[in-house]
Design a protein around this ligand. Structure first.
Ligand code: ADP
Ligand code: MG
Length: 643
């Protein structure tokens, strides 16, 4: 092979992995490599102490007292009792390292456990644990360590206890903070809503995301703990004579600094090198693992939206038996600080098999709340379904026990969300995440599920699906991530897909591709689609029927073509005039003046009255009912029938 052929071959050959391994990434960080070299040299020497040809570290040789370095027989000289410095330093480092590392591990283990439990369970568990930690933190740090050793008596083991105890709060605090952020993440919610127990969520979803934080805290505090152990020994509270550790060597030598500086300098230098080495490696590890931490609130929603016991009896309208999904009088309210927010109010619609219904409205009009209520995904507290029927294949979803609802979620009724990055687990490959959805509902084995996942990725047109399955979410583009979301929704061949603004976060060309994909899939599988958007352009492209929402209520419904041609509600008309038309730059785009009313203080009469250009006095007199203009067509406007 000539040199010119080499690059061509390299390009066509399948590349096993695009990601450089952790070693390759660490190697790029020169300081970390330096730290690793220093640390490795010290640790290896300390570990090898028993097999090195060293004299007994405690054997005194008074004639050699305070011998200078490079004296024959004493490479690093001897101390005030003529003991060999080299031997004492190697054995002393061994002790310091062992005690420091053991203290760090113990503190990490106990502190992290406290932090995880407090962050995950929240409420009183959190209060009790954190106040206890606060009590530990209220004492000056070194004083507390001194007090503990004073109480237990001097000695290395007690110093180890003391150092571990005073370091527990650091781990507990930082781990709790991160756990709080994690329990509010969508993928953790998804696991919970899918029926996973606490232990499985903790070990499967939370712990892997916490490990980087624990490792980083550990690597950055290890050096500190070795210093503290040395400090206690320096004060005579740690290692007891004749045993040597770095701190006690330094302590014994402090009076000799002027006479024989090497006796103090050498242990001091080893401590310095050790701590620098550990910190450089710690920083390198932190850069490797950068976890992009976030924190969140304390409230944890239940596994399904709470439904008022009389919700069904209050809903008067009969369901459509022919519909796949029939929603009647759905009212989902949020109860916050004594206020009632009517996010979705008296919403009714039907979805036939294979049909695509678009839900349109400005931001905050209740589209997501309506869609999420179907699967009980609105968080309680503060959400609550106060009224309504949701019939799916004859069963009222609002009366189903949680386990049956979880069986439907992601299986018969699947969701696609707006922000695929937020819903995918960042530490799991996308292939595994799709496969997990399949395994959860179809009980397939790992290999089968993965094969099916790759098939699905291929179906949603991800190039090199088999290779991409091993990628992490952040390695994909926004459009590809959304395709993964769609693949997950398709995984169990659902009857209904609820897509909540799936293309809003994407640029126009990718949006067009994703819409094409959804259209093809719908044609192929006859899946019904509930498509939420604020873009009428997308609706006309994809949907059969449209439902316009305003301030939590349906204001107009009808077949897309009819609504587009002849809107019967002033709000729909204004929304339509917001859509730009290609080739007609002279057409003024009409922003709708004013803002929608707050859903906790809805005005009397028509909610749109304040922004309407056709408002008359009668509009504000009484609540406006949905006016059935024709079969499948309705408008909530008292002037809907006027020309
Ligand atoms: P959109 O139509 O943009 O999807 P949503 O359905 O998300 O709007 O929200 C409708 C109303 O419900 C908004 O006024 C919003 O502030 C409120 N809302 C949504 N989720 C919550 C929540 N978890 N807590 C309190 N209010 C909420
Ligand atoms: Mg929304």
């Amino acid at each position: 092979m000539t040199a010119a052929e080499a690059p061509a071959v390299a390009e066509t050959a399948p590349r096993p992995s695009q990601r450089p391994g952790w070693w390759a990434r660490l190697r790029r960080n020169h300081l970390a490599v330096l730290g690793l070299a220093i640390l490795a040299a010290i640790v290896l020497t300390a570990v090898a102490a028993p097999i090195l040809p060293l004299p007994d570290p405690n054997a005194t040789d008074l004639p050699a007292r305070l011998a200078a370095p490079f004296t024959p027989g004493h490479l690093l000289g001897a101390d005030q009792l003529g003991r060999d410095m080299l031997s004492r330093i190697v054995w002393g480092t061994r002790v310091s390292l062992a005690v420091g590392a053991a203290a760090a591990l113990a503190a990490a283990l106990v502190g992290s456990l406290i932090g995880i439990v407090a962050g995950f369970y929240g409420r009183w568990v959190d209060t009790v644990l954190m106040r206890a930690i606060d009590m530990l933190m209220a004492f000056p740090y070194l004083l507390l360590a001194l007090a503990i050793v004073a109480a237990l008596g001097p000695g290395l083991l007690n110093a180890l206890f003391a150092i571990s105890i005073v370091n527990v709060p650091f781990f507990a605090r930082s781990v709790r903070g991160v756990t709080l952020g994690l329990v509010r993440r969508d993928y953790v919610d998804a696991a919970r809503l899918g029926g996973q127990g606490d232990l499985s969520i903790l070990t499967g979803e939370i712990l892997p995301n916490l490990l980087p934080v624990i490792v980083i805290t550990l690597s950055t505090t290890l050096g500190w703990m070795i210093l503290e152990t040395a400090g206690l020994s320096f004060l005579g509270l740690g290692a007891q004579p004749p045993q040597a550790d770095l701190g006690s060597m330094l302590g014994e030598a402090r009076s000799l600094v002027l006479v024989a500086p090497h006796v103090a300098l050498i242990p001091g230098l080893v401590i310095l090198l050790l701590v620098i080495g550990i910190n450089l490696v710690g920083d390198g590890i932190r850069d490797l693992l950068d976890p992009r931490l976030r924190s969140g609130g304390l409230v944890r929603p239940g596994a399904a939206t709470e439904v008022a016991p009389d919700a069904g009896s209050l809903a008067g309208d009969p369901p459509d038996p022919a519909a796949l999904l029939s929603v009647r009088n759905l009212s989902t309210h949020f109860l916050l600080g004594g206020e009632r927010y009517k996010a979705a109010d008296d919403v009714s619609f039907d979805l036939a098999p294979g049909e695509c219904l678009g839900i349109v409205g400005e931001s905050g009009s209740g589209k997501s709340v309506t869609a999420l209520s179907i699967l009980g995904l609105v968080p309680t507290p503060p959400g609550r379904i106060v009224k309504g029927h949701i019939r799916y294949r004859g069963r009222d979803l609002l009366c189903l026990p949680l386990s049956e609802l979880q069986e439907l979620r992601g299986n018969r009724i699947a969701c696609i969300f707006q922000d695929p990055l937020g819903t995918l687990n960042p530490l799991m490959t996308v292939g595994e995440q799709i496969a997990e959805t399949i395994r959860r509902h179809q009980g397939k084995g790992r290999a089968d599920a993965m094969a099916r996942a790759i098939e699905l990725m291929d179906r949603v047109r991800i190039p090199d699906a088999a290779g991409r399955a091993a990628s992490y979410p952040h390695e994909l583009s926004g459009g590809q991530r959304q395709r993964i979301g769609i693949a997950m929704a398709l995984a169990n061949d659902p009857d209904i897909i609820i897509a909540d603004e799936p293309t809003t976060a994407l640029d126009v060309t990718i949006q067009a591709e994703v819409l094409d994909l959804l259209r093809d899939l719908r044609r192929e599988r006859d899946t019904a689609l509930l498509f939420i958007t604020h873009d009428f352009g997308v609706v006309s492209d994809l949907c059969d029927r449209v439902m316009v929402m305003y301030a939590g209520r349906v204001v107009e419904t009808g077949p897309v073509a009819e609504v587009l041609r002849d809107p019967r509600h002033p709000y729909t008309r204004r929304l339509l005039s917001c859509v730009p038309v290609l080739g007609r730059p002279e057409r003024a785009l009409d922003a709708i003046p004013g803002l929608p009313p707050a859903v906790n203080r809805l005005p009397r009469g028509c909610h749109f009255a304040d922004r309407c250009d056709r408002v008359i006095d009668r509009c504000r007199a009484a609540d406006v009912e949905l006016d059935p203009l024709a079969p499948g067509r309705a408008s909530r406007c008292i002037r809907a029938r006027e020309a």
